[in-house]
Ligand binder design. Structure first.
Ligand SMILES: NC(=O)c1ccc[n+]([C@@H]2O[C@H](COP(=O)([O-])OP(=O)(O)OC[C@H]3O[C@@H](n4cnc5c(N)ncnc54)[C@H](O)[C@@H]3O)[C@@H](O)[C@H]2O)c1
Length: 261
């Protein structure tokens, strides 16, 4: 197993991609700390890991709270004795017009999606150093690369997270900690349920990438296990896009019909 003897902290581990990552990391031998503000969900996911023969605990925490996060990091270290992997996956999105975004909306989007990974990393890094180093994975987004309509605070936060990823890679390299991103595209998790099941958006969005389908939470598993493991030991400050090629190219309407001028 690729992660034998390692401990992984996964924020937002109660649902969607976080839940899927928890099972994938546990399957490779990692002990898991499932962190979520949804205590019941986190508890169910940790119990599922245990019932499959793995090791997991759950911690109720809001990634916006430095108190919650400090307590979580201590509990993780006290339970497993080391922390080698941190996946900053917890995230949320508000969709409304630019002028309709309130200060609360803005603060919440920046708080969960950008400050959260910063707080969690600051709490976990000293424990990772004690553990000999490690790998931090920030779940960014296609919104880290391009504007998206009616999502100004979410796009600003996810763009910031990609920048934070790069700069953390520089600052933490001397501590033997690698920092990378994963940028999902349209993934049919609870986050996107209404679009995946929508009459119009369900099939239209599936065909809006090069692979031609919605992604599933499990589509992220390969990237997260790879970046967590020593197989990626020469990769830091990077980002793996898991978006069916959505960012690779855009065609204009009718462009596919033009063979030559
Ligand atoms: N689904 C997509 O298409 C998509 C695309 C790009 C990026 N992302 C990002 O992927 C990550 C996971 O998204 P998902 O699709 O699995 O969503 P999801 O809604 O299924 O899961 C998000 C989890 O994060 C938890 N969470 C939210 N705010 C929290 C907080 N303040 N503190 C602690 N936990 C909190 C939720 O309780 C939930 O369990 C997010 O960061 C999201 O922005 C998702």
């Amino acid at each position: 197993m690729r992660l034998d003897g390692m401990t992984a902290v996964v924020t937002g581990g109660a649902s969607g991609m976080g839940e899927s990552m928890v099972y994938a990391l546990a399957k490779e031998g990692a002990s898991i700390v499932v962190v979520d503000r949804n205590a019941d969900g986190a508890s169910t996911v940790a119990a599922n890991v245990e019932s499959q023969g793995g090791k997991a605990i759950c911690v109720k925490a809001d990634v916006q709270s430095t108190e919650d996060i400090a307590a979580m990091a201590n509990k993780a270290m006290d339970t497993f004795g080391s922390i080698n992997i941190l996946v900053n996956n917890a995230g949320a999105r508000i969709i409304k017009g630019f002028l309709e975004h309130t200060k609360e909306d803005w603060d919440k989007m920046l708080g969960i999606n950008l400050s959260g990974p910063f707080y969690c990393s600051q709490a976990i890094v000293p424990k990772m150093v004690t553990s000999g180093g490690g790998s931090i994975i920030n779940v960014c987004s296609i919104a880290s690369y391009m504007g998206r309509p009616n999502r100004c605070a979410y796009v600003a936060a996810k763009s910031g997270l990609l920048g934070l990823t790069r700069t953390m890679a520089i600052d933490l390299a001397p501590k033997n900690i690698r920092v990378n991103g994963i940028s999902p595209g349209m993934i049919a998790s609870p986050f996107n349920q209404k679009f995946a099941e929508g009459e119009e958006t369900g099939s239209a969005w599936a065909n809006d990438n090069l692979v031609g389908r919605w992604g599933n939470p499990e589509d992220i598993n390969g990237a997260v296990v790879f970046l967590a493991s020593n197989e990626s030991s020469f990769i830091t400050g990077s980002d793996i896009k898991v978006e069916g090629g959505w960012l690779a190219a855009r065609a204009r309407v009718g462009e596919e019909l033009i063979i030559s001028d």
